[in-house]
Every structure is written in structure tokens, then in C-alpha cells.
Design a protein around this ligand. Structure first.
Ligand code: FPP
Length: 233
């Protein structure tokens, strides 16, 4: 089996189930997010070792603002602390960081930190990790439409339009993984997931491991991607 592995060039993940994982253990939900951040770190390193070029992680959606204020604040604090503490390690591990999503609703300090990390990790890298923060697929498309209108284009084709989306020139995800049993896109990369292979697992994100990732990639390797064509028999 292993020799037939096709490594996706771009993997996108909805890291779901942190809250449930914590509650099942009688812990506050935020503990699930803490554990989730550690798992994300492991998966980044493993993807880099496998030769995955791009990994997009859904950290906070445009809808997540509707959560209790305390959870929202703790999530952003976790993100801020994580990014501050891990900067050197990201550089050492040669991880380039990019952010997608709105930047107008998050604090100035975090925004500065995000820009600093994007700048300081851009030199020498083996994987690009794209963190989706205050990201929504519809919001992404609408922001792109508004950019196009401001430039007074009277026609755009798919390639040109894609360029205005947050992922810009980054190739579409080949594989999208969602953990914790829900089978939805939940306003993640709506445009870019058009032909992406979808993989769902019941495992909650804090329990996600290298082995689970490998299962997803094995499953992906067996799929025949057609992109709307007929495959030769
Ligand atoms: C979904 O679980 C998870 C989130 C909304 C946040 C994901 C964020 C992290 C894993 C931390 C990211 C930080 C870094 C540094 C990558 P949920 O809360 O919706 O779980 P539930 O569905 O069980 O309630």
C-alpha cells in the first residue's frame, strides 16, 4: 500500500471536535483547543516530511464570532501566544506561514504579529502553512468581487478571478479533511474546493494523529480524479 501513496500537493483541514473532546473528559472547551493547537503543530511537521507543499488549517471562521465572548477571547489569546512562542521554531523547521481571512475585525497587535510572521518565514521554507483566521468562503468571494469592481474590469475569467481570492496563486486543495463526524463544508474554501477530494473521519481533532493522516492520504490515493472528464477505460 505505502508504495502507491500519492502525496497531495495541498491539504486543507477543518479541525473540528475540540470542544466535544474536552467535554467528554470533563474539561473546559478551551483545553480542547490547546490540545488541538499541539496536534496542528505535529501535523504540520509530518506533512512537511511527507512532501506536502501547502497545508491550510481552518482556525477561526467568520461565524465563530457567535460563540460565547469568553471562548472567542481565549481562542485569540491561544493563537497570539502560540504564534509568539513558535516563531523561532517555525523558522528552524522551515515553515512559511500565511494567513487568509478578514483582517479588519481582529486586534491590531495580532494583525502586526501575523504580518511579521508572514514576512519573517518567507525566505527559506519546505512547506507553506495557511492559517484561516476570521475566514469565510462567501466572504472571500465577496471581497474578491469588490476588488474586481474597484478595478473596473468588465469581464473576468476563472483564473483571473481566483487570483483575487485569499489563496491567490496557491493551487486548489487536492484533499480536504474534516474531523469529528460532521459532513459539511461549513463555509470553508468554497471556490477552491470545487474539485477537491473530501475525507471525513469521526476522530475528534485532538485525537488526530499521523496514522489518521496517513489513512486519509491512502484513501485519497485510491480515488480517481476526473475533473468532469471521462477517464479512459
Ligand atoms: C473546532 O472545534 C475548532 C475550532 C473552532 C478552532 C480550531 C482552533 C485550533 C485547533 C487552534 C488553532 C491554533 C493554532 C495555533 C493552529 P469545536 O470547538 O467546534 O468543537 P465542537 O464541535 O466539539 O464544539
Amino acid at each position: 500500500m505505502m508504495e502507491d501513496l500519492k502525496i497531495p500537493r495541498h491539504i486543507a483541514i477543518i479541525m473540528d471536535g475540540n470542544g466535544r473532546w474536552a467535554r467528554q473528559r470533563g474539561m473546559p472547551r478551551i483545553m480542547g483547543h490547546y490540545r488541538g493547537a499541539e496536534v496542528a503543530e505535529d501535523i504540520v511537521k509530518y506533512c512537511a516530511d511527507l512532501g506536502v507543499e501547502y497545508l491550510t488549517l481552518f482556525a477561526f471562521s467568520t461565524e465563530n464570532w457567535k460563540r460565547p465572548k469568553e471562548e472567542v477571547e481565549l481562542l485569540f489569546e491561544l493563537l497570539r501566544n502560540y504564534l509568539t512562542q513558535k516563531k523561532e521554531e517555525l523558522i528552524k523547521e522551515r515553515v512559511r506561514l500565511k494567513f487568509i481571512g478578514r483582517r479588519d475585525r481582529i486586534g491590531k497587535d495580532l494583525r502586526r504579529l501575523m504580518e511579521e510572521l508572514e514576512r519573517d518565514t518567507a525566505e527559506d521554507f519546505r512547506i507553506t502553512v495557511i492559517l484561516a483566521v476570521d475566514y469565510g468562503g462567501r466572504d472571500d468571494i465577496l471581497r474578491a468581487v469588490n476588488k474586481v469592481m474597484r478595478l473596473e474590469f468588465d469581464h473576468v475569467d476563472e483564473d483571473t478571478f481566483s487570483y483575487f481570492l485569499d489563496l491567490g496563486e496557491i493551487p486548489d486543495p487536492d484533499l480536504m479533511i474534516r474531523t469529528a463526524g460532521e459532513k459539511r463544508i461549513s463555509n470553508f474554501l468554497l471556490w477552491n474546493l470545487a474539485y477537491t477530494e473530501l475525507y471525513f473521519t469521526d476522530v475528534c481533532w485532538p485525537d488526530f494523529t499521523k496514522e489518521e493522516l496517513l489513512k486519509a492520504i491512502e484513501d485519497y490515493s485510491r480515488r480517481k480524479r476526473k475533473f468532469g472528464r471521462v477517464l479512459d477505460e
